[in-house]
Design a protein around this ligand. Sequence first.
Ligand code: ACO
Length: 325
Amino acid sequence: MMNARLSAIGMAVPAKAISNHDFEQIIDTNDEWIVSRTGIKMRYHTTENEFTSDLCVRAVEDLVANHNVTLDDVDMILVATVTPDQPMPSMACRVQHRLGLHRAGALDVYAACAGFGYGIVMAKGLIAGGSHRKILVLGAETLSKVTDFSDRTSCVLFGDGAGAVLIEADETGNIRPGCITGASGEGGADLYISGYATEIDGLQLNMSRKIVQNGRKVFKWAVNTVTDQMQKLAAMNGLTMNDIDWFVPHSANLRIIEAICKETSYPLDKVLESIVDYGNTSSASIPLALCRGIRDGRVKPGDRIMIFGFGGGLAYAGVIFEWKG
Ligand code: ACO
């Protein structure tokens, strides 16, 4: 069985910075509330004519600019997103075309904030199965386009961004065999963007096509689920959380991360987050945090990293790998 190696990473955020003070102009809020309840200081929003596929392309270009890799033999592109430019064609097909990766298959992964984790698990499986050898996995969102700017409980949270990693077939690999994938589908109505159906499990939906969430319920579910599953993920790889050099959870809210660390006695200073500077960027949050940690030198070659995505679905996915540099 062939192993998989996560070998390169890139990221992109739009140029338009939105501070907490900017929200003070449009809703009844303040910097102190946002920082103390969420940790967020800044987020970036796309312009009217800038879309998820644009961020995808820029993230891959950034990957190429920072690593000695060739992409012409990429044989699969997986893009995790819930904010595609349009439902069809997929973002993966847009990336394939715009970057001229003609040998690659292309597929979008629809698992909200868990999407990047699911994408890595899928890439690893395709490589292990022998059908593919070089896969681009992206997490990319333009959540500002589905944000209800009249809802002060949610609009301050979301930002736009994209991250990309390259996963290659490799004799030894660096992605551990044990992965977690799961869902609490009964919580679907607690975090949704409406489409065609007007109800989920009998609950009448807000048909605005903007993000609607039961913030407190999602908060509690996230802390309980991640606390439990991250330890399972470590154990199924013969490890404990003490063996994890960097924990990279989905950056939904700094308080969720703090609660998880408190529950598990995992040190907060060994967490890589992207919430403070970029807000909640859904499937992009993990690669943004990881890329920054690698680029600023906190992550060293050989460090063991656990990524754990969780969010809409409600779905979750986690993997462990050792960064080789
Ligand atoms: N500014 C000022 N006050 C506010 C704001 C705001 N922006 N938003 C809410 N408040 C007020 C509320 O009205 C409430 O006032 P009240 O006590 O007078 O009723 C008070 O602050 C407390 O509100 P809570 O909802 O209890 O605040 P909480 O501490 O739970 O924080 C939050 C809300 C930030 C949404 C939190 O619950 C959370 O982060 N939940 C998880 C969200 C999440 O992870 N979502 C995943 C999304 S992923 C995706 O969508 C792709």
